[in-house]
Design a protein around this ligand. Structure first.
Ligand code: FCB
Length: 447
């Protein structure tokens, strides 16, 4: 039996992308500057000095890209809307040309039998809002809600499924604590407030979207990761629990339980003064679905103890690794889905991202990416096991359609089912893309 047959006929087989990673055209048709435009032009921030000014030139080649999705046979497409294309300064008057781009894209997808799943925020904050304080500033959440309502009002007659925020952990932690992503700030206290405001934006954004189009189906896409303790030493276990709080529970507990994880809050000494009355009600309003992005696990340890003090056996971080340096750990997908469905009352679940970068090579016009095919097959199997265990899984979006701009790593990691030639903009379907086409053919009903 092919792995595709483990899923129901109406399962969504999709691919995912994000505006900044594929579109290029940073100044076209009145688009405003985003924090990623600014960040990636700052020397030293992006590997090899790569720039996303062209990326996959999807802003011009989108029709071809829809045709490729149709050829592969996906019935769902998760893309993101660039906020500064629609509102160049983040607020104010809508830019008709900017929303027009997504309007045409949506029509073309529907025409191709592909259900659009737009994400309203996949990290390209209008620079004007960062200049006013960015996510640590509460008013950014309200600006997001206005933007979300306006976009849903415009497209909600044809688009039912909406994702509010992509990976709030990355926005807050990588953007404001670690500084590895735009806007590149290293301010631990501001990062905690940023995390809260991003979640608040999700809650207010849902309200605004529902006010604009009552039948929308809306949820968040959170990135989840397994934190494995290096040993059974209590200190390692405590570190793993805290890392789990910072990465997983910090973003899921507020949404499902209307509270932040006590252990994490205490360890980070967060005063929670940015949490105002009513915020957690907005954040925990029921979602129509939840999206999980899953890639890997991390083995963690308490750095203050030595291996000699640890009980054996030690867990080695020695699973196969990807170009990102991430361990390949399909069981983690099943385990996390089952765990979260025990811990929370989950609405329908989508895997909103899962995929892998390996050092692909183009040889005689083909890419024999057997490693990616195996990765996908193993992760589909893990998802099928979770589904069999009762997790209400409705769809699976592979990251990503085509090789693109991988944030601070530039063009080095290739995650695509489709090879992108960044000199000519030629797209070549990799073996994994053909395999996916076979896996889903005959199984999905275009809607
Ligand atoms: C996720 C991001 C996505 C992509 C993948 C590899 O964290 O949401 O844009 O970069 O990682």
């Amino acid at each position: 039996m092919s792995i595709g047959q483990s899923f129901p006929d109406d399962f969504v087989w999709g691919v995912a992308t994000a505006s900044y990673q594929i579109e290029g055209a940073p100044e076209a048709d009145g688009k405003g500057e985003s924090i990623w435009d600014r960040f990636s032009r700052t020397p030293g921030k992006i590997r090899n000095g790569d720039s996303a000014d062209v990326a996959c030139d999807h802003y011009n080649l989108w029709r071809d890209d829809v045709a490729i999705m149709k050829q592969i046979g996906v019935n769902g497409y998760r893309f993101s809307i660039s906020w500064p294309r629609v509102f160049p300064n983040g607020t104010g008057a809508m830019n008709p040309a900017g929303i027009g781009f997504y309007d045409r894209l949506v029509d073309a997808l529907l025409e191709a039998g592909i259900t659009p799943f737009p994400t309203l925020y996949h990290w390209d904050l209008p620079q004007a809002l960062e200049d006013a304080g960015g996510w640590p500033n509460r008013s950014t959440a309200f600006a997001f809600a206005d933007y979300a309502g306006a976009v849903v009002e415009r497209l909600g007659d044809r688009v039912q499924h909406w994702v509010t925020i992509n990976e709030p952990w990355c926005v807050a932690e990588l953007g404001y604590r670690v500084g590895e992503h735009a806007p590149g700030r290293r301010e631990p206290k501001a990062a905690l407030d940023a995390a809260h405001h991003v979640l608040l934006a999700h809650g207010l954004g849902m309200e605004a979207a529902r006010a604009a189009a009552p039948d929308v189906s809306i949820g968040i896409a959170s990135n989840i990761d397994v934190k494995t303790p290096r040993s059974a030493h209590p200190a390692d276990i405590r570190v793993a629990e805290l890392e789990d709080a910072y990465r997983n529970r910090w973003y899921l507990d507020p949404v499902f339980l209307a509270q932040y994880p006590h252990d994490g809050v205490a360890a980070r000494n967060w005063d929670q003064t940015s949490v105002l009355p009513g915020d957690l009600d907005a954040i925990s309003a029921p979602m129509d679905f939840v999206g999980f992005n899953y890639y890997s696990r991390t083995v963690v340890q308490d750095e203050s103890i030595s291996d000699a003090e640890r009980p054996q056996p030690l867990v080695e971080a020695d699973l196969p690794r990807t170009t990102m340096g991430w361990e390949v750990y399909p069981d983690g997908l099943r385990d996390l889905l089952v765990r979260f469905s025990d811990a929370y009352e989950l609405p329908p679940v989508y895997i909103t991202e899962s995929g892998v970068a390996f050092p692909d090579e183009l040889v005689d016009g083909a890419v024999h990416d057997e490693g990616r095919r195996r990765y996908l097959e193993e992760h589909f199997a893990a998802a099928a096991e979770a589904q069999a265990a009762g997790v209400p899984l409705r769809g699976y979006f592979i990251w990503t359609l085509m090789d693109n701009f991988e944030w601070a790593m530039g063009y080095t990691p290739r995650f695509g089912l489709v090879w992108t030639d960044f000199d000519t903009q030629e797209r070549i379907i990799k073996d994994s893309g053909y395999w996916l086409a076979e896996t889903i053919s005959g199984r999905s009903k275009p809607r």
